[in-house]
Design a protein around this ligand. Sequence first.
Ligand code: D5M
Ligand code: FE
Ligand code: ZN
Length: 510
Amino acid sequence: MDDVEIVSKFVECGVNLHPEVLAEIKRSPNREEVINRLINIAREESASVLTLDRLRKVKEKEEVDFPNAGEGIQMQSPRECRVVLKRSKRRLSQEYDSNLRIKREWDITKKSYCEGSIESFVSYFNNRFERLAKLLKSRTALKESVVIELIKSSRYSGEVKFIGMVTDIRTSKKGNLILELEDPTGVIPVLIRSQDRELLEEAKEITKDEVIGVAGFIPNGFDMVIANEIFFPDVPVNREPRKSEEPVAVAMVSDIHVGSTQFLGDTFTRFIKWLAGELGTPRQRELASRVKYLVIGGDLVDGVGIYPEQKDELVIKDIHEQYAAFARFIERIPEHIEIIITPGNHDAARQAEPQPAIEEEFAPMLYEDPRVHMVGNPCFATIHGVEVVSYHGRSLDDIIASIPGLSYSSPAKAMKVLLKKRHLSPIYGGRVPIAPELFDYLLLEEPPDILHMGHVHTTHVENYRGTVVVNSGTFQGQTSFQKKMNIHPTPGRIPIIDLQNMRTTIMRFS
Ligand code: D5M
Ligand code: FE
Ligand code: ZN
């Protein structure tokens, strides 16, 4: 691209280029990308001349905007641009066959055996314990772990290693942390001493009802373990994430809240137009053409009777009509995009987790659409060889409330904690109703390549040991409830993950 071509690209968009900026652009290895980005920014700010000073500010602004973005994450915001584009007729993703397997065996839909009896709670927790204990035992450090009964019966003093479910957490007057750990053979207290600063810091991430390993010792004559080390099931270090051989991408959305007075219809429409190749710079359109899958992680509609006084914040007060309005948006998504839909806490599905798919009676149009897959929450799927887990994310409320240092503004950090626990919703008896099924569907048996959640209405992406941890934000503006709770949503920022290189681009639509 020579000087004239670069300058005319800007001129076509009504922006004049300062010669210093031109020189800077030419120095850049990824010229195309820099040009597109600058055009967007200049148009967004109605700047008619782009100076070097502006360019520096743009760079600063981007860092401030998304300080926590993980590796390989780029911000993009498509605007209708006057650059004359050669509209590509072929859509890249259309050229490749669909390669999606939804793991129905891990989906609760149509197979809930939950009775809610005491026995079912016992078998539910046994299933959770056994499977997480197996994961922990596969770690070298815990190979020689023993059952709690043995530790207690032998009354030995000395080193011990064992695995247990956390049934209680409390802090003593002296600042020691006291855990109570249980396995099928017994219960034992574990003490984390206040002077073990590092261990205490690690232990802050422990929540009730999760399964951990402990290495420690029993002091002479005591019936408790002093911990030296704690182990989360975690995901292996240096795991190579799987990738697609085909150039296809997946768009992640959630929390659309159709029917709410705060639903941002224009923003959602812009997103759909971008998917359809009708919006954006050439590079952004190229990315759109890769999108072959759309995952919608719950809260499609605002629902009715979800919280007190919700009526006042609804423009559509009938749930059937809310889903009908939602379906009219979905109809406009290009045919070749396959859509996976899971429920959230505002949807017409059982509230207790795991949630079965949204009921057909409420959303018949979605069931009639052959490219829409109506699935439960959580959903486990393999897309072009990439393992994807999508979970609405209600447990984030409990995790953020119980672990110091976590916040609604950085949900991917809370999601990482869940990944370490290898469980999507560990805390029982918190805000998340959990159905005691015979099998724990909320457990992460395999580390996923993509862990997707929503619910907290804040887009945030990080990478944890090879897993892309992504929260897909919302298409709803701030509600009065969120205002009271000091929650600041980030509507219209949509993560797009290219499955061929596992890079995430956050597209901005508002
Ligand atoms: O949740 C939207 C946001 O509001 C999300 O950040 C959680 C927060 N939220 C929802 N319910 C509660 C309660 N009961 N307490 C505190 N924070 C909450 P949504 O599921 O879309 O309503
Ligand atoms: Fe929501
Ligand atoms: Zn929600």
